[in-house]
Design a protein around this ligand. Structure first.
Ligand code: FAD
Length: 398
């Protein structure tokens, strides 16, 4: 039977970053279970949908990002037995561990909104949330000259809470450049009462939507789609009123939750239907099973789910896990909920929202005011952050 000192479930942003850091802590016997032969830098998909990057630039062979010395177990984990310290894969293998790191990402629940699964493959609808569909978003945006464009955001935690609105701004700016924005009704549907959870950024985004003339439906949600009739049913949660909008293009973001198999394991909180691995929000260690850590989109910590959060979580997990192998003291490292969201506000500018569990603005670079849209921040998003990701973060160096 296979066994690893540390076993990592998922080789996405979190899994690769943690593996690289554990190697730097001198841990040699690391196994990583990952089904996909391709690793994706998902933040680029917003720019793919906005016609500012190619899909190919977001993908690299899994093998090229896997740290040296880490054993890749090609497969899909389906069960976890914390008592026996083993995981089971979909093809029937059992793998033992001393410490387990759980980071299989979040699941896109296309079927939770009636009509959404069919709509997303229909001609007038797309989503930047998959590699395959992101280029279609750009096709829809650039062929549109008039009519109604709808951009939706579901309620509940999703990865990159800013992505549903970023694409609306990239699209509106393109239509402005083409001189057709005045002929397009742009509707942005948000489940939240404000534009963003942190007031200083919410205020700036109010200015952005006013500039483009975007109609924002707050406290509202898409509850049904008719792909053939091109009708989107939007409910306003404050009044309970339903409105059916006829659209000429729609960008969809599906509701999201923990992977179904994870919800079924003893790692999930049985009282919480979201099903994430139940961890302490500071130490990132499982609350009932001290041999297990979790991070990234599949963890229950209440930070906003981004790669930027993982950049701060990965060193904490690596340090606490390494310490747990040699000591019974409480975990030494603590995560403060840092997350950031680079919100593209036009085809040349960006607002960098940075905050932590207190939901206060928390700038990394104190001398640069990122609470307003900036052109230099655009270069950070397009070139700086991808460089940081591939060359430093995935190598455990940033
Ligand atoms: P992932 O990176 O999704 O990786 C999960 C991995 O687990 C995958 O490789 C998957 O194949 C594997 N896996 C799945 N199931 C199993 C299983 N059963 N067994 C084993 N392996 C499994 N973040 C930012 O910081 N800034 C942004 O601007 C930003 N923009 C975004 C825009 C879009 C459109 C999207 C979709 C995301 C964006 N994000 C952004 C979010 C960021 O991409 C995620 O938060 C991050 O990738 C989460 O990392 P993860 O390792 O938890 O999950």
């Amino acid at each position: 039977e296979a066994h690893h000192k540390v076993l990592i479930v998922g080789g996405g942003t979190a899994g690769i970053s943690v593996a690289a850091r554990l190697r730097r802590h001198g841990i040699h016997d690391i196994g990583l279970v990952e089904p996909s032969a391709t690793h994706y830098y998902q933040p680029l998909w917003t720019l793919v949908g906005g016609g500012r990057a190619t899909a190919a630039a977001s993908a690299r062979p899994q093998r090229s990002v896997l740290p040296k010395g880490v054993s890749w177990i090609r497969g899909r984990v389906e069960t976890v037995d914390p008592g026996g310290r083993t995981v089971g894969t979909a093809d029937g293998r059992t793998i033992g561990y001393d410490r387990l790191v759980v980071c299989p990402g979040i699941q896109l629940d296309w079927n939770r909104v009636p009509g959404m699964a069919q709509a997303v493959t229909a001609p007038h609808t797309s989503s930047n949330y998959t590699y395959e569909l992101a280029p279609k978003t750009w096709d829809l945006i650039r062929s549109m000259r008039s009519g109604t464009a709808v951009f939706t955001m579901p309620s509940g935690p999703i990865k990159c809470g800013g992505a549903p609105q970023k694409i609306a701004y990239l699209a509106a700016d393109h239509w402005r450049e083409q001189g057709v924005l005045k002929d397009i009704r742009v509707v942005l549907v948000l489940p939240t009462p404000g534009m963003f959870g942190v007031p200083v950024f919410a205020e700036e985004l109010e200015r952005v939507v006013a500039r483009y003339g975007i109609e924002v439906r707050k406290n509202s949600e898409l509850v049904e789609v008719d792909p053939d009739g091109r009708a989107a049913v939007i409910v306003d949660h404050t009044s309970g009123a339903k409105d059916s909008l006829r659209f000429d293009m729609m960008h969809l973001v599906p509701p999201q939750s923990a992977p179904d198999w994870l919800k079924e394991t003893p790692l999930a909180d049985p009282a919480d239907p979201a099903g994430y691995a139940e961890i302490d929000k500071h130490t990132l260690r499982h609350v009932r099973h001290p041999d297990i850590f979790a991070l990234g989109d599949a963890g229950s910590s209440p930070n906003s789910k981004t790669g930027a959060a993982i950049r701060k979580q990965a060193p904490v997990v690596a340090r606490n896990l390494a310490a747990s192998l040699t000591s019974t003291e409480p975990p030494p490292a603590s995560y403060d909920g840092y997350s950031s969201c680079p919100i593209t506000t036009s085809r040349h500018s960006m607002l960098l929202a940075e905050f932590d569990y207190t939901l206060r603005h928390r700038p990394t670079l104190p001398l640069i005011d990122t609470t307003h849209e900036r052109r230099d921040m655009w270069y950070l998003k397009r070139y700086g952050l991808p460089f940081l990701y591939w060359n430093l973060m995935l190598r455990g160096r940033a």
